[in-house]
Write a protein that binds this ligand. Structure first.
Ligand code: GDP
Length: 303
C-alpha cells in the first residue's frame, strides 16, 4: 500500500467515526482495528503497531474520563477527543523527539551521507546541496565513493548541472583521503555547507561500516544522514539499526516516496533508531525534495 493509500485508509477509519451516532467502545475498537490494519499493510513493524494501539486506546480513555469529570460530554466532543488521540499518536510515531542538527551560516557545516548502494545517496546529496544553496548557504559536494565505478562522474554531472562546486578524484583510491582532502579544501575556502557522499556497497558489510567510521573520523561531520530507500519495506528497520551502530547518524532522508513505496518501513526505522526524518525524496530531479516535519506530514496524510 503506497503512502497515499495509507492516507486514504486512515481517512476512511476516521470517516466511520464521524458517521457513528454514538461513540462507544465498539466504535473505538473498530477504528483502532482499521487504523492498525492500514499501518500494517504499509509495512510498519508489528510491535510498533501494537504499541500504538495500546497508547491510542489509553489516551482516548483518559481524555474521555477527564472530559466527563468536567461536565457532560456531547458525542461531537467525544469524536474530537478520539480524533485528536489518533492524530497525536500518529505524529508520535514519526517523531522520535530529537531535534535534527540545524546548519549555521558563517561556519563550515559538514554533512555526511551514508546508506547502501542504490538508496539514492548521490542524488540526495545534490538535492540537499541545491536546497541549502537556495537558502543562501555556500554549498559544495565531495565524492568519497571510490568503490562504485562511475560514482564520481555521476556526482560531477549532477553538481555541474546544479552549479554546485565539487571535489573528487579519478586517481586516489582511498575514500578517507579524498573525503579529508575535499573537506579541508572547502573549509579553507569558507564554504558554509560541505556535503560528503560516501560509498554504499562492499563485498563485506563490515568493510563498508569500517570505511564509514574512518571517513567520519577524518571529516568529523556535524550531521551524518542515513539515506533510506522507502521501497525496501520492512528491511528498513534492520538496515537502519546496523548503520546506526557504526555511523551513529543523526538524521534520515527517505527516498523514492513518489513510487510504489509503502513508507512504513521508514517509520519503523525512525522508532528503532530514535532518529528524525528531515527530508523526503519524491522524484529523480534535484527539486524533488520535501522537508519533513511530523505534525504537518500527518495532517497532509489525513488530507
Ligand atoms: P546511490 O547509489 O545511493 O548513490 O543512489 P543514486 O543516487 O545513484 O540513486 C539510485 C537511483 O535512484 C537513481 O536512478 C536515482 O535517480 C533514483 N532516485 C534517487 N532518489 C529518488 C527519489 O526520491 N525518487 C525516485 N523515483 N528515484 C530516486
Amino acid at each position: 500500500m503506497v503512502l497515499a493509500d495509507l492516507g486514504k485508509q486512515l481517512n476512511n477509519a476516521l470517516g466511520q467515526l464521524s458517521r457513528a451516532s454514538v461513540v462507544d467502545d465498539k466504535v473505538i475498537e473498530a477504528l483502532l482495528k482499521e487504523l492498525c490494519s492500514a499501518l500494517l499493510q504499509s509495512d510498519v513493524n508489528v510491535k510498533l503497531v501494537g504499541s500504538l494501539r495500546t497508547k491510542v486506546r489509553a489516551k482516548i480513555k483518559k481524555s474521555l474520563e477527564e472530559a466527563e469529570t468536567n461536565g457532560t460530554v456531547r458525542e461531537s466532543n467525544k469524536k474530537q477527543i478520539v480524533q485528536k488521540a489518533v492524530f497525536d499518536e500518529l505524529v508520535a510515531l514519526v517523531d522520535p523527539g530529537q531535534e535534527p542538527y540545524k546548519p549555521i551560516k558563517g561556519k563550515s557545516n559538514v554533512l555526511m551521507a551514508v546508506g547502501i548502494q542504490g538508496a539514492g545517496k548521490t542524488t540526495t546529496c545534490t538535492k540537499l546541496a541545491v536546497h541549502y544553496q537556495r537558502k543562501g548557504f555556500r554549498t559544495c559536494l565531495v565524492c568519497a565513493d571510490t568503490f562504485r565505478a562511475g560514482a564520481f562522474d555521476q556526482l560531477k554531472q549532477n553538481a555541474t548541472k546544479a552549479k554546485i562546486p565539487f571535489y573528487g578524484s579519478y586517481t586516489e583510491t582511498d575514500p578517507v583521503a579524498i573525503a579529508a582532502m575535499g573537506v579541508q579544501k572547502f573549509k579553507k575556502e569558507r564554504f558554509d555547507i560541505i556535503i560528503v557522499d560516501t560509498s554504499g556497497r562492499h563485498k563485506q558489510e563490515s568493510e563498508l561500516f569500517a570505511e564509514m567510521v574512518n571517513i567520519g573520523e577524518a571529516v568529523k561531520p556535524d550531521m551524518t544522514i542515513m539515506v533510506l530507500d522507502a521501497s525496501i519495506g520492512q528491511a528498513a528497520e534492520g538496515q537502519s539499526r546496523a548503520f546506526k551502530e557504526s555511523s551513529d547518524f543523526g538524521a534520515i532522508i527517505v527516498t523514492k516516496l513518489d513510487g510504489h513505496a509503502k513508507g512504513g518501513g521508514a517509520i519503523s526505522a525512525v522508532a528503532a533508531t530514535k532518529t528524525p526524518i528531515i527530508f523526503l525524496g519524491v522524484g529523480e530531479h534535484f527539486n524533488d525534495l520535501e522537508r519533513f516535519v511530523p505534525s504537518p506530514f500527518i495532517s497532509k496524510l489525513l488530507g
